[in-house]
Every structure is written in structure tokens, then in C-alpha cells.
Design a protein around this ligand. Structure first.
Ligand code: ADP
Length: 498
């Protein structure tokens, strides 16, 4: 066979000029180029091939292209030549050997040509070592990350944007009782069921919220995981959106862990607080009773200084009584032992009684209190003690946190199908950075601590728990230095036991 280059045959336009152009393109190309016949015999190679493989042109022309392949990998030579003929091209990856024995991963792109009057294949061979290295690295990182996630002590699952599970680790398998084989590919809502401890209703919404609001969301307090066998485990943790490098949300990762022990410890602590508070009540009543008796001067006159001291004792014991009452309410709410005693009550009467108790303070601070009550919503079904706790807390806060001469307004109205209560003041307001924590147990904002040192940070926590547990809703608006408005709504009929 004539082994001289036959570029004339390769190019459709057989003019001398274009043949020269192709020859120069073939020889000067930075890519490796070869021409092989239908059997795989190498008919032509370019200078880059000679340089990269280390074979001379003459050596190449005595070889078959599959002699460049690593011997342990099946070549599929015939199939590749056939595909090239049938489809008009073929692209495949191989590992080639250089003359010095070193390996190089390559991508071969083939197109059919007519070379020297016979059917042949024109192949461009690209060194893909760097790409392979990068692919290996990515897969190593992926495998490592997956291995970490798989063996981590918390249950983890990840979903795509549509909620289809992509990853389900070992702990998730153990906790749910569902194997990753079944979980992966299913929608998470069919596999993972979180429910509220209080009413058994679903509490998966934090997952949707994480994706919708592009933020980390916490699982609702007191959530349970419903296992495959029907048993329930108390769980806690969070969901976070997964983003690609462009910042688009492409899925969600959910982490959760068993909090049975923490819940048990919490319960023991709460029971202890409950017991201690009960025990504190008796001695406190004694202190109260004796200081009241001394102040009444029935058993003898007090000097001015004695009176002041006894008054201090009396005030301190009053504060202690109210703290002990708060702690008892908290423990009842947390232990779930709060029993609602619902009856038809006049809400305005309750508000007015609470306001009357605060009257000395209101007068002292010269506060202006405005009330607006809509007719027809006065009678509701509620637990009067709990309703009093709610109003006492809101109103006493407004009185405490509003400077002398300020305003407090109280509105009770019907809003659509609900009863809405608004308590607003022109007081110190709640700083923006503290607003998220305002319903947290023992939390007090810095500006409040400055003007009123005695607070406990229990009031709003109690109020929120009561409202949540009785079918109500609560929210607020506040601006530091300007004032605060708290809003509560209940069904028109009143409280419901949840
Ligand atoms: P306490 O009043 O005993 O501190 P609460 O639980 O009733 O506890 O209130 C928690 C915190 O919420 C307060 O310390 C204060 O920072 C803030 N707060 C509540 N009500 C008001 C209000 N009307 N104006 C300004 N801050 C308020």
C-alpha cells in the first residue's frame, strides 16, 4: 500500500490549494490525529502523534490503532469503526500506551473519510488526563462527604428541589426503620413523618419553609418521629436549603436526632421546679401573713423605720409569690398537666379587674389608658384564671415598660371570624435584635433590664404557651423607643383545649 499522505482523498474539495491547507492543518494541529482503515491499520499520523506517543511515523504505519490500547481493556475496535460508519461519527474514551510504557487516558473522536480511494476513519485523539484527575477528585470528595454523612451520629437525609430523597444515611435508616434503598427516590413525605407531640398532627412544615424562605429552619419543639413500626421517638433539629455555586436552591438537607434523654431530663427538672414551688408556697404565705399583721399594727405600733423595713419584707415576699406562681404555671404548661376550666366569661370584666390591680402604678406614672371594646364579643368560653394571667402579663408589661406620661390602649374587637385583642403602648419598645427571642423562657431585652431590674422573663413565655395551647394566635409589632403592640386572636367562641 502507498503509505504517502493522501490528503487529496480526505477533503471534499480536491483542489491543490485546499489539499495543501489540510496537510498543514493535519501536521500543525496541536491535537493528535490519525487515519486508520476499516481494519484498524494506521494509514497516517500527524507530527503531534509522533511527539506524544514516542513512535516514529514509520513505526506507526506498521501498527494497528488498537495496539495503542492498554492490553487489559477490551478495544471494541470493530464496533467503534462500525458506529463511525453508521452514525457518521463516534466518540469514546480509552487508555493508550506510549512507546515508553506510560499510560494516558484519551478521548477519541472519529469520523468516516475516504482515504486513498478506500473507506477509512479520521481520528482526533485528546489527552484527557487532567479531566480524569478532576473527575477522580470530585468523586473522591463526593464519596468522602457521603461516607461522613453516612456514618455521622445524627440522622441525615437530603432531597432534591421537588422533595425526592437523594441521600438517606445509616442513622436515618435506624431511626425510621426504613432502608435507604426504599427511601432514596421516594418523596420525603412518604418516608419521614414528623408529628406534633400535642395533637399528632404533621409537623414537616419546617422542611418546606427552609426551601421557600432560603433559610435554616428549626423543627418545632416537641416533635416526634413516627417510625415504620408505628412507635414514636422525640426528635429535634433542623432543615437547610442546599444551593449550587450560582446560589440557586437545588434541594434541602434535614438533620435530626433522638432527644428522648433530653426530654426525660427536662421532665425531671420541671417536676423538681413544680415540687419546689409547691413547697415554697407555705413558708411564703407565713411571711406574707406575719408581715401583713405587723403592718396592720394590731399587735403594736411600728416606728417609721420599722414600718419601712417590714414593708420591704412584704414587697419581697409578694414578688417571690408571683415568681413561684409563674414557675408553677410554667411547669404545668410543660408537663401538660394544665387542665382548662372553660366557662362562659365576660372578657371585659377580667380586663377591668387586671387594670384595677395596676391602678396605683398607672396613677403614679401618670399613664393614659384608653379602652375600646366592641359590643357583642364580651362573652366567650375561656378559663378565667388563664385569661387573667394573659392580661396581667400584657398590661403589667405595658405599665412597666412605658415611661411616665405615656399611653396604653386596649382594644377588643371582632376581626372576621375571630376575636382580636390588641394591647399597645408608647413605651421603650423591643430592640429589633431581641425580637426573635422575646417569647423565650427567662429572656429579657437589655433596655428592659435597665429600667426595671426585677423582671423574670417568664411572663411572655407563659402567655405564648397558654395561647398556643388554647387555640389562639399571638404576634407583635415593636419599635425601640416608640412603643409596642401585642395582638392576640381566639376563635369567636373562645378558648379550645388542644
Ligand atoms: P419580664 O417583664 O418579667 O422581663 P416578660 O416575659 O413579661 O418578662 O417579658 C419579656 C421581655 O419582653 C421583657 O423583659 C422586655 O424586654 C420585653 N417586653 C415585654 N413587653 C414589653 C413592652 N410592652 N414593651 C417593651 N418591652 C417589652
Amino acid at each position: 500500500m502507498d503509505k504517502k499522505p493522501h490528503f487529496k482523498a480526505i477533503i471534499p474539495n480536491k483542489s491543490k490549494n485546499s489539499e495543501e491547507k489540510f496537510k498543514s492543518f493535519f501536521n500543525n494541529a496541536s491535537e493528535i490525529m490519525l487515519v486508520v482503515d476499516a481494519k484498524g491499520d494506521i494509514l497516517e499520523v500527524n507530527d503531534t502523534a509522533v511527539k506524544r506517543y514516542g513512535y516514529t511515523r514509520e513505526e506507526f504505519l506498521k501498527m494497528k490503532i488498537n495496539e495503542l490500547d492498554a492490553p487489559d481493556i477490551p478495544t471494541g475496535l470493530r464496533k467503534n469503526i462500525k458506529t463511525t460508519e453508521e452514525k457518521g461519527y463516534s466518540i469514546f474514551e480509552r487508555v493508550h500506551f506510549r512507546k515508553d510504557g506510560t499510560k494516558v487516558p484519551v478521548e477519541v473522536s472519529c469520523s468516516p473519510i475516504v482515504y486513498s480511494g478506500q473507506k477509512a476513519v479520521f481520528a482526533i485523539v485528546r489527552d484527557i488526563s487532567e479531566r480524569k484527575k478532576a473527575e477522580r477528585l470530585v468523586s473522591e470528595i463526593k464519596n468522602r462527604d457521603e461516607a461522613i454523612l453516612y456514618s455521622i451520629g445524627d440522622a441525615v437525609f437530603a432531597t432534591d428541589k421537588d422533595g425526592k430523597i437523594l441521600l438517606f444515611n445509616k442513622m436515618a435508616e435506624e431511626m425510621t426503620g426504613i432502608s435507604s434503598k426504599i427511601a432514596i427516590g421516594s418523596h420525603y413525605s412518604q418516608i419521614i413523618i414528623f408529628i406534633k407531640e400535642s395533637d399528632g398532627k404533621p409537623s414537616n412544615d419546617f422542611i418546606l419553609e427552609a426551601v421557600k424562605n432560603n433559610t435554616i429552619t428549626k423543627m418545632r419543639n416537641h416533635s416526634l418521629l413516627l417510625r415504620k413500626d408505628g412507635s414514636r421517638i422525640p426528635v429535634a433539629d433542623s432543615a437547610a436549603p442546599i444551593k449550587n455555586i450560582e446560589g440557586d436552591i437545588i434541594g434541602c438537607v434535614v438533620v435530626f436526632h433522638d432527644v428522648t434523654k433530653e426530654r426525660q431530663i427536662d421532665k425531671v427538672k420541671t417536676e423538681f421546679v413544680s415540687l419546689a414551688s409547691h413547697q415554697l408556697r407555705n413558708p411564703l404565705s407565713t411571711i406574707n401573713w406575719y408581715s401583713e399583721m405587723l403592718l396592720s399594727e394590731k399587735i403594736g405600733k411600728l416606728t417609721q423605720i420599722q414600718r419601712e423595713h417590714v414593708q420591704e419584707v412584704y414587697r419581697a415576699s409578694q414578688r417571690m409569690v408571683s415568681l413561684v406562681d409563674d414557675l408553677l404555671t410554667v411547669s404545668r404548661l410543660e408537663l401538660g398537666t394544665l387542665v382548662l376550666e372553660l366557662k362562659l366569661v365576660n372578657i371585659v370584666e377580667i380586663v377591668e379587674t387586671c387594670l384595677k390591680e395596676l391602678n396605683p402604678e398607672i396613677l403614679k406614672k401618670k399613664l393614659v389608658v384608653k379602652q375600646k371594646y366592641d359590643q357583642g364579643v364580651f362573652l366567650i368560653k375561656a378559663d378565667p384564671k388563664l385569661l387573667s394571667i394573659i392580661f396581667q402579663n400584657f398590661l403589667s408589661n405595658s405599665v412597666k415598660y412605658t415611661q411616665s406620661g405615656g399611653n396604653i390602649s386596649l382594644t377588643i374587637a371582632k376581626e372576621k371570624d375571630r376575636l382580636q385583642i390588641e394591647i399597645s403602648d408608647t413605651g421603650i419598645g423591643i430592640p429589633k435584635n431581641h425580637q426573635k427571642e422575646i417569647f423565650t423562657k427567662f429572656f429579657r431585652a437589655d433596655n428592659a433590664k435597665k429600667i426595671y431590674t426585677d423582671g423574670t422573663g417568664l411572663g411572655l413565655y407563659i402567655v405564648k404557651e397558654i395561647i398556643d395551647q388554647t387555640g389562639g394566635k399571638i404576634w407583635f409589632e415593636s419599635q425601640e423607643g416608640k412603643g409596642t403592640s401585642f395582638y392576640i386572636t381566639f376563635p369567636l367562641l373562645g378558648m379550645v383545649q388542644k
